[in-house]
Every structure is written in structure tokens, then in C-alpha cells.
Write a protein that binds this ligand. Structure first.
Ligand code: PHE
Length: 373
């Protein structure tokens, strides 16, 4: 008959001496595994006489329990030891320099937009916004584009598929629809779109700028299918072309931080302004970079004019009382001119090397008091 006392002493010694988790597991298997020494003993109970079983059964069970507990205890001990050993071996060297950190840059378009907002804010303009997906009414009809007029095609419009009401929405081809949304604000419920319109809720006088994305199917060195415009709208009594010219020229001198930039106004046609004009800036585009203040080239940067009486009437304003001017700048083009970007398409190619070169630090927020960039 197995000597239980000796078996317990042998197993206890093996458990205490197990140097690691694997050795301990081997001991556990030899004692309590499928054909371990204690498991074999447990199996013998079936063949015992009732008296024998009453006497020896509890002894075998007790042995099994104590050995099981001893293994668990040793296991916890070994694990604690492993942790101590790891803590002793591993340490953090706080004197090491941190890994280089990739810092994001502000895109030139966003920098220029912030510069423009800062300048116009100084001139007393509030900020308004509108949706990128427009309806035909706001993008064309209310802006005095006659139905079926070729001017509707002039913009190479991206049309969306017809919706369930038979209506075709457009990706707005310009920011001018926000003129309509602003002037109609008192007449129609247009919740949400005007972020911070005129303080009096749309009644003239109105003095707003509208920065935003615009879309036309067009691509070359100075056109991309998505680009940015900054619209301006001023409505008041006795407003005339002189106010418009002063506003744009003052802005340009401020934006380029020199009064020497040469500009010219050319007569133009827009359905929603009368008279209409475009303003160009003189620059040099002969080399790899665009240079402002030199050369004989002109770059168109803004369309403008006096708000057409039909547009005022559509928005519920009496043209005999209210007049106004509007303008629409190409924000990206102003960025090309100021920061010497030769090809507009690079602006939206999402090339990180390009952004590292032309981008701005997030701390260089434009501030008219301390410098624009
Ligand atoms: N919306 C015109 C364009 O995109 C620009 C413009 C705005 C012209 C306001 C006149 C007045 O070309």
C-alpha cells in the first residue's frame, strides 16, 4: 500500500524546489494529472471495502487537497518572483530624447482665408455661411440667371441626380447664393445656415463676407474642380461703385502689406450685378514662381459689381431705397499670388512634402495687430 506520508513529503519537496512555472506544471501533472500518483490513488477507492474506504478515503482526499493548495501557493510565489525580476531588469531612461514628432501644418488656403476674415472683420464685415449643395433657385434663378440662359452653362456646373421631387440640386458654382440667403433671411425661414449674419437679422444695412468651397468642372494651372471663394455683400442707402472700388483696393493693399500692388478694373458681365467688373492684380508669371509687384501679366482675382435691382426685388428689398455692391474673391488664387504657388492643382494634391513647404504653423494665426502671417 502506498505510504501516503512519504508521498506527501516527496511531492512537497518537489513543489518547493520547482524553479519555474513549467517545472511546477510537470509536478502537478505527475501528481494530479490523468495518471498522476494521487489520481491513481483516488481511483483505488472504488475497489475498497466499506471500512477501508471510510478510513483511507478521507486521507487520500486530504492529500489531494493539500497538494493542490501547495501547488497554487508555489505558483503565486513564482509569478510574484517573475514580476520582481522584470521590474529589476527593465527600467525607463528618462534622459533619452523623445522620438521626433510629426507636426501638422495649416494649409495655405485656410491661412489666406483667416487673413481675409481678419482684414474684413477690421473693416466691419460679419461672417455668413451657406450650404455646398444648393438648389437651382439660390445658385441661379434668384441671382437673375434667366431660365435656359447660356450663363447657366458658363460655370460648368456639377449637377446632382434628380431627386424624388424632380429637382436637380447643384454643387454651388459660387458663393453668391449666400447673398440671397442673407437678404431673404427676414422673409423666409432659413434656419441654421447663417452662422453669424447681420446683427439686425437681415434688414439692411448688410455687411457680410462668405468664405466657402465652390465647384466647377474645370482643371488647369489656375482652375481646380473644387476651389474656395470669399463673397462680400454690402447693402445700404446711397451705396455706389466708389465704395466698392475703395473696399477692394484697401483690402488688396492690406492683404499684400504694401500699397504698391497694381490693380486694374475691367468691365465684365455677371447676371446678378450691373454694372459688373473684374479686378486683376499685376504679377510676373514668366518663371517657376508667381511674383507680385513686377512683370506684365495680370491675374484675375475678384469678380464684382453693383447688386442688380432684380436681385434686390427677389429678396424683398426696394431698389429705390437700397443699393449695394458684391464681390467674389478666389481665395486660392490670392494664396498663389502671395505665397508664390505656381500651380493651383498642387494645392489639393494632399502631398505632405508640399504642405511641409507651403503650410503654416498653427501658431501663426493671422492677426491684423501683430502681423498677418
Ligand atoms: N459669383 C461670381 C463668380 O463666381 C463672382 C461675383 C461675386 C461677381 C459677386 C459679382 C459679384 O464668378
Amino acid at each position: 500500500m502506498t505510504d501516503l506520508t512519504k508521498l506527501e513529503a516527496d511531492l512537497s519537496a518537489l513543489i518547493a524546489a520547482a524553479p519555474d512555472a513549467a517545472a511546477l506544471e510537470a509536478v502537478r501533472d505527475a501528481a494530479l494529472g490523468k495518471s498522476g500518483s494521487i489520481s491513481d490513488l483516488l481511483k483505488t477507492r472504488g475497489a475498497m471495502s466499506p471500512d477501508e474506504r471510510r478510513e483511507r478515503g478521507p486521507l487520500i482526499n486530504g492529500l489531494r487537497d493539500r497538494i493542490g493548495a501547495a501547488i497554487a501557493e508555489r505558483k503565486a510565489e513564482l509569478e510574484a518572483g517573475e514580476l520582481d525580476a522584470r521590474l529589476a531588469a527593465e527600467h525607463v531612461d528618462l534622459t533619452l530624447p523623445p522620438p521626433p514628432e510629426r507636426r501638422g501644418r495649416v494649409h495655405p488656403t485656410m491661412q489666406v482665408q483667416d487673413e481675409m476674415i481678419a482684414i474684413f472683420a477690421e473693416m466691419g464685415f460679419g461672417l455668413a455661411e451657406g450650404p455646398d449643395i444648393e438648389d437651382d433657385f439660390h445658385n441661379f434663378t434668384a441671382l437673375n440667371f434667366p431660365p435656359k440662359h447660356p450663363a447657366r452653362e458658363m460655370h460648368d456646373t456639377f449637377w446632382l441626380p434628380q431627386d424624388e421631387h424632380g429637382e436637380r440640386k447643384v454643387l454651388r458654382t459660387h458663393t453668391s447664393p449666400v447673398q440671397i440667403r442673407t437678404m431673404q433671411r427676414t422673409n423666409q425661414a432659413l434656419p441654421g445656415w447663417i452662422a453669424n449674419g447681420p446683427p439686425n437679422g437681415g434688414e439692411p444695412p448688410i455687411r457680410i463676407i462668405v468664405p466657402g468651397r465652390t465647384y466647377r468642372s474645370d482643371s488647369d494651372a489656375t482652375h481646380t474642380p473644387m476651389f474656395h471663394q470669399l463673397e462680400g455683400l454690402v447693402i445700404d442707402r446711397a451705396i455706389h461703385m466708389g465704395h466698392l472700388k475703395w473696399t477692394l483696393e484697401t483690402f488688396i493693399a492690406r492683404y499684400f502689406e504694401t500699397p504698391l500692388v497694381e490693380t486694374r478694373f475691367r468691365p465684365h458681365h455677371f447676371p446678378f450685378t450691373e454694372p459688373s467688373a473684374e479686378m486683376d492684380v499685376k504679377c510676373d508669371r514668366s518663371g517657376a514662381d508667381i511674383k507680385i509687384g513686377q512683370g506684365d501679366d495680370w491675374m484675375e482675382i475678384v469678380g464684382c459689381g453693383m447688386v442688380h435691382p432684380n436681385v434686390l426685388r427677389t429678396c424683398g428689398l426696394d431698389p429705390d431705397v437700397w443699393q449695394g455692391f458684391a464681390f467674389g474673391f478666389g481665395i486660392d488664387r490670392l494664396g498663389m499670388l502671395k505665397y508664390g504657388v505656381p500651380d493651383l492643382r498642387d494645392m489639393f494634391a494632399s502631398d505632405v512634402r508640399w504642405l511641409d513647404h507651403y503650410g503654416f504653423s498653427a501658431f501663426a494665426a493671422p492677426n491684423p495687430a501683430t502681423g498677418l502671417s
